[in-house]
Design a protein around this ligand. Structure first.
Ligand code: DNO
Length: 361
């Protein structure tokens, strides 16, 4: 298992690589060229420059999150072929620099969605929060305005201003779009890139839909066992793999994370581990990584990883904002402290589980 930590790049992340390096067990930095729009080319030189910075701090940069998919690919427009060619070149350029896994998503228009970025928790910290009722009644534009207001000038992944400027037009383009059509477009994309992935040994790891149910009428592809089965079946190559995000999938209480991981682990290349507390009305709050603090069985998930001797990448996902972190000094969900505590919890669970397995041998 390769422990990693997400980092937004120099002059873009308030957290330095020097700090990340001090978190026990972290070997890898999960990075991206965040200034690049979906569909843009990542050159070999730009990639190398970023990896050099990471390596100069004693860390590795062999996993990327995300190389975003242009909306025309998801929509299946004729222009998709040109974007797919560029995507393939990105993959080749990443592979040439030693990158092994690419995390991405296939969600229409929005990436992850929340209604509140600094929701107060009982312990005095704050965390990302999702109010289901509010979303059902909201106009997508209100959500965009909220995200802009609460992100304090730091661009949030998946909420880039360029993407948000096109909201109305994109909603029109997706009118009448259903799951089947989106899945067909996914298959078209996957079938086109898999030969490149296989040739250059670079794996794709799709991120689940967050939240794992349709919002604003937009279809979902990666949200439960049945849909994940269908998605993986579109192209059976192991290079068509998953990012297994416990927080995203766990926001639907019908998803049993331990059994999902048991079923799909052969195709899981990247683990995002965090906990959520789901309320009876469907609202959910992000919480600490600890199993008892939420409704996701985090230690159960770590036990499965230990049992299969997981060799892929893992990162603590979002954390609460604690120890003085707030809207003025942190990117929502991506503070330093709670994610660092998360690393220790995940490694502690892993160490105990693997030790037990060794003893029983
Ligand atoms: C949120 C992240 C997502 C994730 C993308 C992958 O914090 O987990 O933005 O990076 O969905 O493309």
């Amino acid at each position: 298992m390769k422990m990693s930590f997400r980092w937004y790049g120099e002059n873009n992340d308030p957290i330095s690589l020097d700090y990340i390096r001090q978190i026990p067990g972290v070997e890898e930095v999960v990075w991206a060229l965040h200034e690049k729009q979906a569909g843009a080319l990542w050159t070999k030189e730009e990639i190398k420059e970023q990896i050099d910075v990471i390596e100069s701090h004693g860390l590795k940069g062999t996993i990327v999150e995300s190389v975003n998919i242009h909306e025309d690919i998801k929509l299946g427009l004729p222009s998709r072929d040109a974007y797919i060619e560029t995507y393939k070149t990105c993959l080749k350029n990443l592979a040439a620099n030693g990158v092994k896994v690419v995390c991405y998503n296939f969600m229409p228009i929005f990436d992850w969605t929340r209604t509140d970025m600094f929701h107060p928790l009982a312990d005095g910290s704050t965390a990302l929060f999702f109010d289901k009722e509010k979303i059902i009644n909201a106009d997508p534009q209100e959500l965009v305005d909220m995200v802009e207001k609460e992100s304090n000038g730091l661009t949030l992944p998946g909420w880039e201003p360029e993407r948000l400027a096109r909201i109305k037009e994109l909603f029109q383009a997706y009118e009448g779009f259903d799951e089947e059509r989106l899945r067909e477009n996914f298959k078209y994309f996957m079938d086109a890139i898999i030969p490149t992935c296989e040739e250059y040994d670079i794996k794709m790891a799709i991120h689940p839909d967050d939240p794992p149910f349709p919002i604003f009428g937009l279809p979902r592809l990666v949200n439960n066992a049945e849909n994940i089965r269908k998605l993986l079946a579109t192209n059976p190559s192991p290079y068509n793999g998953l990012t297994f995000c416990t927080g995203s999938l766990g926001a639907d209480p019908n998803n049993d994370l331990v059994s999902l991981l048991k079923e799909f682990n052969q195709r899981v290349h990247f683990m995002h581990v965090r906990n959520v507390r789901v309320a009876a009305n469907g609202d959910f709050s992000e919480v600490s990584h600890r199993t008892q603090d939420g409704t996701v069985d985090i230690t159960g998930v770590m036990q499965v990883l230990a049992e299969i001797n997981f060799t892929g990448y893992i990162r603590p996902d979002h954390g609460r904002h604690i120890f003085g972190e707030n809207a003025t000094n942190v990117r929502p969900g991506y503070g330093l402290y709670d994610r660092a505590l998360g690393v220790m919890y995940l490694l502690g669970s892993w160490d105990m589980a693997t030790r037990q397995i060794d003893r029983n041998k």
